[in-house]
Write a protein that binds this ligand. Sequence first.
Ligand code: NAD
Ligand code: UDP
Length: 312
Amino acid sequence: MIVKVLVTGGAGFIGSHLCDLLLTQGRHVICADNLSTGSEENIRHLLGNPHFEFLRHDVTLPLKVETDEIFNLACPASPVHYQRIPVETTKACVYGAINMLDLACASGARILQASTSEVYGDPQVHPQTEAYWGHVNPIGPRSCYDEGKRCAEALFFDYWRQSKVPIKVVRIFNTYGPRMHPSDGRVVSNFIVQALRNDPITIYGDGSHTRSFCYVDDLVDALARMMATPDDFVGPLNVGNPAEVTILELAELVLGIVGGKSRIEFKPLPQDDPQQRQPDISLARSALDWSPRVTLEDGLGDTVRYFRRLID
Ligand code: NAD
Ligand code: UDP
């Protein structure tokens, strides 16, 4: 019998790539999304597929559908978006987790939570392993997202302990690729769009702080592999590309690929912006037999081609 999979946030950047992958794996996919930061454009190519259904739905409300597996991705993910609607963001994390866990309980489905490296906050341990409890400001401008995602993790583990719901918790590190929204505000899309328009490249701070960027195809491959692991493997599991770069190096890489006339402009670093971030992915390598395959140069090349087409 065909496996039915619910993807919340399926019309977003990562969610739409996950829907693509699951359909190629022969699943029936139900995509639930309120289109707050996602777009129907991301899934337009799937709308005629008999194994794909789109439900316009807000995960802060209960949902009843028949499903065998749930990937819970619905949540604003870019700092620009989640800081614009902080209360809605916490609700998407917390009520969304409760509603999807209740659905998993009712339907007997496995459920995977798209958690985040932000649960580590501005980390004092480097690189970050899953055992690290994090260094998060509970009252700052990022806390709606960081604490919302931390609470969602707590809920997942409580439903697992209390009600034996088969859970999977994945901590996703910075991910990039085609279908990021051009005005989403994250660093990769900002730099590429700025370079393509010959606008200044806006580096916040002095550019010495770091991130580790994972190409979206590698990321969704890991999510699907995690869902297929035995019930006793619940995570949390770091998924990302450990190749760490400074934000200045990223700007120079993008400028090298795009060409053009942009110059670099330094702006103030936002409050609570983490100084460094690099996943320790030893557990993902061994448990999923997975490691990222796409280099930053190749992934940025694909992403630049995508944005060039979009902007032209
Ligand atoms: P995105 O904004 O493109 O996708 C999020 C999707 O969720 C959007 O389609 C949006 O419309 C939908 N959504 C938001 N609130 C909703 C609600 N209340 N009900 C229903 N749908 C709602 O962002 P993304 O980068 O694709 O992120 C997807 C998931 O992965 C998020 O949970 C995010 O926290 C997590 N994540 C992403 C990254 C990254 O670097 N992209 C890193 C860590 C974690
Ligand atoms: N950043 C930047 N210029 C931009 C957008 C972001 O220098 O135009 C910086 C941001 O301050 C952060 C890093 O790039 O240090 C990654 O930001 P992003 O919003 O992509 O992700 P997150 O902060 O959630 O890791």
